[in-house]
Each structure stands twice: as C-alpha cells, then as structure tokens.
Design a protein around this ligand. Structure first.
Ligand SMILES: Cc1cc2nc3c(=O)[nH]c(=O)nc-3n(C[C@H](O)[C@H](O)[C@H](O)COP(=O)(O)OP(=O)(O)OC[C@H]3O[C@@H](n4cnc5c(N)ncnc54)[C@H](O)[C@@H]3O)c2cc1C
Length: 220
C-alpha cells in the first residue's frame, strides 16, 4: 500500500471536497481510473472505498474530488474531519472508464470524476473539440468545477438540473427526447457514470435512441 499525505483540502460545493496529496513516483493510472483509499486513522484502516484520480497522470500531485455523505457514518463522513498532513492508504488502480474514442460523456453528480481527468487530458492535447459533456445535478450550486468545464467545453457543456429551474439550464431528468436534442451522431462513444439508477436509465435511453451496446462505456 502507498501512503498519500494530504497537502490541501478545499470544499468546492456544499457536499464535495477536493483533496490534493503527494503522488508516489511508481504510481501509474489512465485518466478516468480509480483506486481504493483508506483513511490512515485508528478504526478506519480496513475501510477501503473507491475514488477516482482527477489529476493528470504526469502531474506531481494527486487530486481526488469526493462527495461526502454525512448521514452514512461512513468513510466520506470521516473525510470531513481530516486536515492537511493526515494520510490515506492507497492500493491497486482499476476502473472501466478511460478514453476509448471521442464522444459524449454523461455524468450524474460525483459521477463526473472519471470524466474530469479524461477531459483535462484531451484538453491538454488540444483534442477536446468533438467531446461533449452532459452533466445532471440537483441544483446549480452542485455543479462541480463549473467554471473550468465551461471554459473547456463552451456550448458542448450541457447541464440539466432536477430540483431548480434556471433559464440557461435544462430542467428535469435525462430522458430520450433530451438526449435526441443534444446528440446528433449516434456512432460515437458514450461514457456514463453516476448513481446506479441514473446509469440504468441513461443506458436504456441511449439504446432506445439507437446507440449500439458496444459504444456505451459504464462505471457504477
Ligand atoms: C470505481 C469507482 C470510483 C468512484 N470514484 C468516486 C469519486 O471520485 N468521488 C466520489 O465522490 N465518489 C466516488 N465513488 C463513490 C464512492 O466510492 C462512494 O461514495 C463511497 O464509497 C461512499 O463511502 P461511505 O463510506 O461514505 O458510504 P457507504 O459505503 O455508502 O456507507 C457507509 C455506511 O452507511 C450505510 N449507508 C449506505 N447508504 C446509506 C444511505 N443512503 N443512508 C444511510 N446510510 C447508508 C452503509 O450501510 C454503511 O454502513 C466511486 C465509486 C466507484 C465504484
């Protein structure tokens, strides 16, 4: 197991924290992949949970963007007590979402995390102009990295909010007619990540509008 020392913690939405840690020199991952993290404190060292690297693999530090659930009494609640200098234990790297070709990324809430690293990586290489992000959240304030994603994707960053009405955003849940409005090429990759129910529903809707199974890439 690697030890990751926390360098910085920022609260970036009402329930999402951004952690920066050192990066062990031998650690390798593809943008979009995840690892298991354990809080290195008494009583928590056996409680591993999967979290995604949101930084680029070649950067000197690691970044994690993590939604906290204070009512679970689980690991993400405990993260709220951590300070710079505290440590995580980190083991193997895994994850099914990594770049397999240009396409549309569909994320719900913290399901954005694998797409952050992938889109940052494409952007760095000037290869983002054919990628689109559809991001579903409850409210505008829940949109993670809104400014960065707007700057990166412009009008290819499409937001839909289920619990708030704003002129500039779609309202409701993703459904086949919403997807048809925003997807004009079915022969591309579709990357889907978010809560289990959302993934099931988006995959069903994508198939309904004519996307082939082999073009749908999912992480639950
Ligand atoms: C590959 C992968 C990558 C991921 N990457 C990220 C990421 O980058 N960022 C991110 O934010 N998340 C990510 N997740 C999700 C993240 O792993 C979970 O949010 C996290 O494991 C939750 O841990 P927890 O201990 O706080 O809660 P849990 O493990 O859900 O639960 C802890 C305790 O609370 C109880 N509990 C469970 N659900 C409820 C509920 N609804 N109400 C009350 N109690 C409940 C459980 O029984 C358990 O005792 C990823 C998941 C996967 C599979």
């Amino acid at each position: 197991m690697n030890i990751l020392k926390i360098k910085e913690i920022k609260k970036i939405t009402r329930d999402v924290l951004q952690f920066k840690t050192n990066k062990p020199p031998e650690l390798e991952f593809k943008p979009g992949q995840a690892t298991e993290l354990f809080i290195d404190k008494e009583g928590w060292k056996k409680e591993g949970r999967p979290f995604t690297f949101t930084n680029l693999p070649e950067e000197d530090d690691l970044e994690f963007i993590i939604k906290t659930y204070p009512d679970h009494n689980g690991v993400t609640d405990k993260l709220l007590d951590l300070k710079s200098g505290d440590e995580f234990l980190q083991n193997e790297v895994f994850g099914n979402i990594y770049f397999r070709g240009e396409g549309t990324f569909v994320a719900g809430g913290a399901g954005l995390t694998p797409m952050i690293s992938i889109l940052r990586d494409r952007e760095k290489n000037g290869e983002n102009e054919n990628n689109k992000l559809i991001f579903a959240n409850k409210t505008k304030a829940d949109i993670i990295l809104k400014d960065e994603l707007e700057a990166m994707l412009g009008d290819r960053f499409i937001n839909i909010l289920s619990e708030e009405d704003h002129d500039e955003y779609a309202h409701g849940h993703i459904n086949p007619s919403f997807l048809k409005d925003h997807i004009h090429n079915l022969d591309q990759k579709f990357y889907v990540c978010g809560p289990e129910d959302m993934i099931k529903s988006v995959v069903k809707d994508l198939k309904e509008i004519g996307v082939k199974d082999s073009n749908i890439i999912v992480e639950e």
